[in-house]
Design a protein. Structure first.
Length: 318
């Protein structure tokens, strides 16, 4: 009887020990999270709600996605977390922005991670056929910001960084997949900017509508950008609906037509993630965003329009 009780206890102990492990695995994949639409669990790489500081390191944010790519809250640290959630399931977000517009430096508040040798936990974006960058964005100040890297006080940056994945040869600025606001033919526009080949050219899909109507001041907006590197297409979405737009190049910057498929990105690990500005290694200020950002998700496939709409309605409650 004693032997049998010991055996049963051992079995129960093993089963109970497996529960937390499974719960951790489910949490890492997004399974069971009320803020992730079920189909997005396939392809989800990284997810940041800016409410989960890394234990013992409040200036770092824990990745809620399966990659485990924790990021830094650069320059502002824990003070960047603010009690302003973008949607009904959120309690907080991060504040980003330029700190000293007239002083050359690298003290802007931004978030991300950088490694010159590549970030192994982002290997899902190594030789990937597609990607999606999505999140909630709220403009809280003037954008674009004054260019602190020039002597001209009237000079402004040509772009405002939102969120993206760096290329495999990036210096902290060049990207594989990016959401941002940038000058297009003399006018600032919300864009999806993608690069398939590290040493190749980028392509840009720009929204036709005025960027300030897409992102009005002090208003939370859900934005998504999809990148199909195999087919050579991109798309933009606002609050779950497609944003009409145009490609800024009519040639073949991703070399789709001149090479056999399937087409993937370069087989290199991205050098990191940038959110709210460039150079997450904090060596230079570039394209800071005077804004708040919440619920950033990075996926290694282009979501469908239906999935993006479902994700928006899931958390917005509409």
């Amino acid at each position: 009887m004693i032997v049998r009780r010991i055996a049963v206890a051992a079995l129960l102990g093993g089963a109970l020990a497996a529960v937390p492990a499974q719960a951790q695995a489910d949490a890492a994949s997004g399974k069971g999270r009320p803020d992730v639409f079920p189909s997005l669990r396939h392809g989800l790489v990284a997810h940041y709600d800016f409410e989960h500081p890394v234990q013992g390191a409040p200036a770092r944010e824990r990745d809620l996605g399966p990659s485990g790519t924790d990021i830094d809250l650069v320059n502002g640290g824990a003070a960047m977390r603010v009690p302003d959630g973008a949607h009904r399931g959120s309690k907080g977000s991060i504040q980003l922005g330029q700190v000293n517009p007239t002083v050359p430096g690298n003290d802007d508040w931004k978030a991300g991670i950088y490694s010159e040798s590549g970030v192994p936990t982002l290997r899902a974006f190594n030789a990937t056929r597609g990607a999606t960058v999505l999140g909630w964005f709220k403009m809280t100040g003037t954008n674009p910001s004054p260019n602190s890297n020039t002597a001209n006080p009237d000079d402004k940056y040509n772009a405002t960084g939102l969120a993206g994945v760096l290329s495999g040869n990036s210096n902290g600025h060049d990207v594989r997949a990016l959401l941002e606001i940038i000058d297009v033919q003399g006018q600032q526009r919300v864009v999806a900017l993608g690069r398939r080949i590290d040493t190749g050219n980028s392509q840009t899909f720009a929204a036709g509508e005025d960027w300030q109507k897409i992102l009005p001041l002090n208003t939370w907006v859900f934005l998504a950008a999809t990148f199909d590197f195999d087919k050579g297409t991109m798309a933009l979405y606002k609050d779950g609906k497609p944003l009409p737009g145009f490609y800024t190049r009519s040639d073949d910057p991703w070399a789709i037509g001149s090479t056999p498929g399937p087409h993937t990105t370069t087989a290199t690990d991205p050098r990191g993630i940038k959110i709210g500005g460039s150079f997450p290694q904090n060596t230079r200020e570039q394209n800071p965003c005077n804004c708040r950002i919440d619920s950033v998700m990075l996926l290694d496939r282009p979501l469908t329009a239906w999935e993006i709409e479902r994700q928006y309605h899931l958390v917005a409650g509409k």
